[in-house]
Write a protein that binds this ligand. Structure first.
Ligand code: AMP
Length: 307
């Protein structure tokens, strides 16, 4: 079993009510890789950076068992850059700037030995690039998960709708679900989105948890109430990494197991937000993850007798 991850590897500049960073390393694929590395050792990355990207950050990914053969390093070009500012509620943010840089001409090449990965994580990226990766797979992966955001809905909706026809699980936040479906009710939005192709939909609601839908059922997982949230950047990607990492580890893609995967995703997201950037995920131990999963179990378990 193994996971192929595609998505941005980036520089971010983040502003929250608690502080501001200069350019730090981020990107959807970075967070996904770090998060899933706590559940599996078989991680393969397809992405692109410029020559300004630090060697030490590539080493950091390798130290988390990420195979970087599919990471292109473009001489004389600049890494994708994103900057964002969070509102006081820390749940919503504005994108201040998106510089595509190397992404503008990115032609992903999946290394031969990774074309038969069973789990494919199409992290946030140009929708046509996500599709190109899927098209290079030798056999249909057992599970294809796609994450995207409003930026791509605004600019490349047609391409995104094409990709959606081919994925199993779509993960987006509540605002994006409303934008994609044109429905305010998340239940109605889910119905509409499930008719666009995905068999499962996960709607992330920040500090209000996450919903997992299929055509018949719905499951809700809360977010862990945290004393301090410093930086929500990457929470959605850390969620996706924990989700797919757990499914790969257990090799079970039933709805019942996806519920457990949602809890694992929520646990990883809860770590991510406790420090700026990737810091917390980089420093985490397996024991920390186990302890937090137990906190989740305690948070949601209760006895009730129906009379
Ligand atoms: P999240 O907070 O989970 O939505 O993801 C934040 C990460 O997404 C940051 O590290 C950014 O580098 C990356 N990002 C921001 N905008 C985009 C975009 N349009 N496409 C891909 N990745 C992006």
């Amino acid at each position: 079993m193994s996971i192929l991850i595609v998505g941005t590897v980036a520089f971010d500049a983040i502003e929250t009510p608690f502080g501001k960073t200069d350019k730090i390393v981020g990107g959807a694929a970075t967070y996904i890789s770090l998060s899933s590395s706590f559940f599996t050792k078989n991680l393969n990355l397809v992405s692109v950076v410029g020559e300004d990207f630090p060697e030490s950050s590539i080493k950091m990914l390798q130290n988390h068992n990420v195979d970087i053969q599919g990471l292109q390093i473009k001489k004389g070009e600049k890494t994708f850059f994103w900057s964002g500012k969070y509102h006081n509620d820390m749940n919503t943010r504005d994108t201040l700037e998106t510089q595509l840089n190397v992404l503008e001409t990115f032609d992903p090449i999946v290394p031969e030995q990774h074309k038969e990965c069973d789990f494919l994580m199409l992290g946030n990226l140009v929708p046509s690039v996500q599709k190109k990766v899927l098209d290079q797979m030798k056999k249909r992966p057992k599970l294809v998960v796609l994450d995207t955001m409003n930026f791509w809905m605004d600019n490349f909706l047609g391409d995104l709708l094409e990709s959606l026809k081919e994925v199993d699980v779509l993960t987006i936040n509540d605002e994006e679900a409303r934008q994609l479906s044109g429905e305010y009710s998340l239940v109605k939005a889910a119905k509409k989105i499930l008719s666009m192709g995905p068999k499962y939909l996960i709607i992330k609601k920040g500090e209000h948890g996450a919903l997992l839908f299929n055509n018949k059922e719905v499951f809700f997982a809360p977010a862990l109430p945290l004393e301090d949230v410093f930086d929500p950047t990457g929470a959605g990607d850390s969620f996706a990494g924990g989700f797919i990492g757990y499914l790969e580890k257990t090799n079970d893609i039933s709805f019942e197991n996806m519920k457990r995967a949602v809890i694992h995703g929520s646990a990883m997201a809860s770590f991510c937000v406790e420090k700026f950037g990737t810091q917390k995920l980089e420093d985490l131990s397996n024991e920390d993850v186990e302890t937090r999963l137990k906190q989740f179990i305690d948070l949601v378990q209760f006895d009730i007798s129906l009379v």
